[in-house]
Design a protein around this ligand. Structure first.
Ligand SMILES: Cc1ncc(COP(=O)(O)O)c(C=O)c1O
Length: 296
C-alpha cells in the first residue's frame, strides 16, 4: 500500500469476498473499492450489479464523470433489489460465516482431504493476514483432495451432490460446488485437478455435511462414478452422417479416453452438443470429441 502511494499509484481492491463488511478497505489505505453487488448484497442470484466506492471527492469527481461520459447506468429495479438485499445482509452473512466455517472444519477432518483453503482455519496459507485484516469470513472456500482421485472422480463427486449446485456466481442462498483444474503453476502447490470450490448458502449446515458425505465416499476411499449419472445427451450437426441421428437423444456413458467418437455408423461425426455430467458440461467444448460407450 505504502509503496504504491509513494509512487502516486492508486490502490484498488475487489472487496466482494468480504461483502464490504468483513474488511474495512479504507481503514487499510485502499483508494477505490469494488463490489460485485450481484453477490452478497443482492444475495438471491437475481441481480447483476456492481459498485465502485472511492476514498475522497477528488477520486469521485474523476471516476464519476468518466462513468457518466461512458453512459453506464443502472435500472431502478436493480437498485431496489440491492436495497432489499442490504436489509438482510447482516443476518445472512452471519449465518453463512458460521455454517461455512463448520463445513470447512468438517471437511478438514475427512481422510480424503489434503487441505481446506478457508482463511479462518489456522492451517490455511495466509491465515495470519486474514486474522490481522479481517473481522470475519464469508462463505467461499476450496478443498484440496489428497492425490489419488482422477479428474473424472472429482467430477463424479461434484455430480453426486444434491444440495450443492454447480455455478460460478456465488453468494446466493444456494450452496455451490465447482471443480477446478489449476494445472501446474510454477511456485504454487501442485493441486492440479484436486480442487473443488464451495459457496455455502443458507441451507442447514448438517444437511450440507450429510450431502458431502453421501456424495464422496464413505471414508473408505474414492469410488469412481459411485453416485454420478455420468450420462451424455448427444446431438449431431447438420453434416452428420445419415446414420447418426438414430443415436441422438440416447444416453451415453463417457469413457476416460479423449479422441474421436467411434460410434457405429457415425464415424467422423462431429458432436455439436455434449451435456455430460453437470460438472463436465463446464469443460467440454462444443466441438470436442470423446470416446463414448453406450450406457448399460
Ligand atoms: C471476487 C469476485 N469479484 C467480482 C466478481 C464478478 O461478479 P459478477 O460477474 O457476478 O458481477 C466475481 C465473480 O465470480 C468474483 O468472484
Amino acid at each position: 500500500m505504502a509503496a504504491a502511494h509513494a509512487r502516486n499509484i492508486h490502490v484498488v481492491l475487489d472487496n466482494t469476498w468480504s461483502a464490504g463488511i468483513l474488511l474495512d478497505a479504507f481503514a487499510h489505505g485502499v483508494d477505490i473499492t469494488m463490489q460485485a453487488v450481484t453477490k452478497y448484497i443482492g444475495g438471491h442470484s437475481d441481480l447483476l450489479l456492481g459498485s465502485v466506492t472511492v476514498r475522497d471527492d477528488a477520486l469521485y469527481d474523476r471516476l464519476g464523470s468518466t462513468q457518466q461520459n461512458v453512459g453506464f447506468a443502472v435500472s431502478p429495479d436493480d437498485c431496489s433489489l440491492a436495497l432489499r438485499g442490504l436489509q438482510t445482509l447482516a443476518v445472512r452473512l452471519s449465518y453463512i460465516e458460521t455454517s461455512a466455517f463448520d463445513v470447512a472444519s468438517w471437511l478438514a477432518a475427512r481422510p480424503e482431504v489434503e487441505t481446506v483453503l478457508h482463511p479462518a482455519l489456522p492451517s490455511c496459507p495466509g491465515h495470519e493476514f486474514w486474522k490481522r485484516d479481517f473481522q470475519g469470513s464469508s462463505g467461499v472456500f476450496s478443498v484440496v483432495f489428497k492425490p489419488g482421485p482422477s479428474q473424472q472422480q472429482i467430477y463424479a463427486f461434484v455430480d453426486a451432490l444434491h444440495l450443492f449446485k454447480v455455478g460460478y456466481s456465488w453468494a446466493g442462498v444456494t450452496s455451490l460446488a465447482v471443480a477446478y483444474d489449476i494445472g501446474k503453476i510454477p511456485g504454487r502447490p501442485p493441486y492440479e485437478h484436486r480442487i473443488v470450490r464451495f459457496n455455502i448458502g443458507l441451507e442447514s449446515t448438517s444437511d450440507l455435511t450429510a450431502d458431502l458425505d453421501q456424495a464422496n465416499c464413505d471414508g473408505n476411499g474414492w469410488n469412481p462414478f459411485k453416485n454420478s449419472p455420468t450420462c451424455c445427451w448427444i446431438t449431431w450437426t447438420a453434416s452428420s452422417t445419415t446414420a447418426a441421428p438414430k443415436y441422438a437423444s440416447e444416453w451415453w456413458k463417457p469413457s476416460t479416453a479423449t479422441s474421436k467418437p467411434s460410434l457405429e455408423g457415425a464415424a467422423a461425426t462431429r458432436i455439436s452438443a455434449i451435456c455430460c455430467s453437470k460438472a463436465q458440461r463446464m469443460v467440454v467444448t462444443k466441438t470436442e470429441f470423446i470416446v463414448l460407450q453406450k450406457a448399460a
